[in-house]
Design a protein around this ligand. Structure first.
Ligand code: OAD
Ligand code: ZN
Length: 230
């Protein structure tokens, strides 16, 4: 299995203390998607949306990578072929653990984006709504998060990776949100083997060749040990 592409979701960071979206008591049980994760919601109430991401940024800053993040670093270091992580997560735990090849398709809490000129800059602490863009000086700063109705980042690169994958692995994602939820079908169509590692079967569980269920901190290190022993 030379080229491995790994899609991660909120479930891989759950045991680092970051809540998922759709599990019981998850973020989308506490906040309406339309209010905090759409361009229309931001236009209606930028302060509410900014506060929501400020709170998540502060929470993510206190979290540390867990055994699942660390196992993926070990895989990237020791596997003979390429290992690429495509993450839906906006936390920085893969990088904090030491992963080098990470693609953030839904943006990052650590970034600010100018809605006018697409310039990006670091957001380390709290943001303010419509902050001044350091490049074009427009009052158009926003969290660098892909909201519903917006195009996820790096899609061409991801499609290319899927087309070259020998193995596609999905970790800790419910399979509710497209285009990520469709990656398993794309990878299969390109000829990759497919594996799901999740706490419970996802929406697309039947699309995978193989599924292993359990907490990420157990099943991810176990799977990595197997791959490296092959
Ligand atoms: P979800 O909250 O939809 O799904 C989390 C998945 O992780 C579920 O299938 C859980 O069973 C699983 N899970 C929970 N705890 C776990 C653990 N300890 N070990 C392994 N798996 C566990 O989160 P995502 O699928 O990541 O997008 O959500 C996808 C996107 O929807 C997010 O990127 C976000 C959200 O709306 C945007 O904000 C654009
Ligand atoms: Zn700008």
């Amino acid at each position: 299995m030379s080229n491995i592409v790994i899609l991660t979701g909120a479930g891989i960071s759950a045991e680092s203390g970051l809540g998922t979206f759709r599990d019981e008591g998850g973020l989308w049980a506490q906040h309406r998607i339309e209010d905090v994760a759409t361009p229309e919601g931001y236009a209606r109430n930028p302060q509410l949306v900014t506060d929501f991401y400020n709170a998540r940024r502060a929470q993510a800053a206190t979290a540390t990578p867990n055994a699942a993040h660390r196992a993926l670093v070990k895989l990237e270091t020791a596997h003979v072929g390429a290992v690429t992580i495509v993450t839906q997560n906006v936390d920085g735990l893969h990088e904090q653990a030491g992963s080098q090849s990470v693609i953030h398709m839904h943006g990052e809490l650590a970034g600010a984006l100018c809605a006018r000129c697409d310039h990006r800059w670091p957001a380390t602490g709290d943001m303010v709504p419509d902050d001044i863009c350091p490049k074009c000086k427009a009052s158009a700063g926003r969290p660098d998060i892909v909201w519903f109705g917006e195009m996820p980042y790096h899609m061409e690169r991801i499609e290319q990776l899927l087309s070259q994958a020998d193995l596609f692995v999905s970790i800790g994602t419910s399979g509710n949100v497209y285009p990520a939820a469709g990656f398993v079908q794309a990878a299969r169509a390109y000829g990759a083997a497919t594996l799901e590692l999740n706490l419970e079967p996802s929406e697309g569980a039947s699309l995978f060749d193989d599924t292993r269920l359990g907490p990420a901190t157990q099943i991810v290190p176990n799977w990595v040990s197997e791959v490296l022993a092959q």
